[in-house]
Write a protein that binds this ligand. Sequence first.
Ligand SMILES: [Zn+2]
Length: 61
Amino acid sequence: MDQDRVETCIVCGQPKEEGIHIVNEFICLACEAEMVQTRVEDEKYPFFVHRLRQIAVRYHV
Ligand SMILES: [Zn+2]
């Protein structure tokens, strides 16, 4: 494994080493954890939904 392997998180736009993949997109652990904790009434929620919806549209999920 390449130790220098980093991927760009689609939510925060930062290069991160650890995270999850949704389809072919990468979300870092920090954003994934924040998303899990985000409630529907949270002002950040529409932002996350918007980003995830972009993935869904792109890959026809
Ligand atoms: Zn992130």
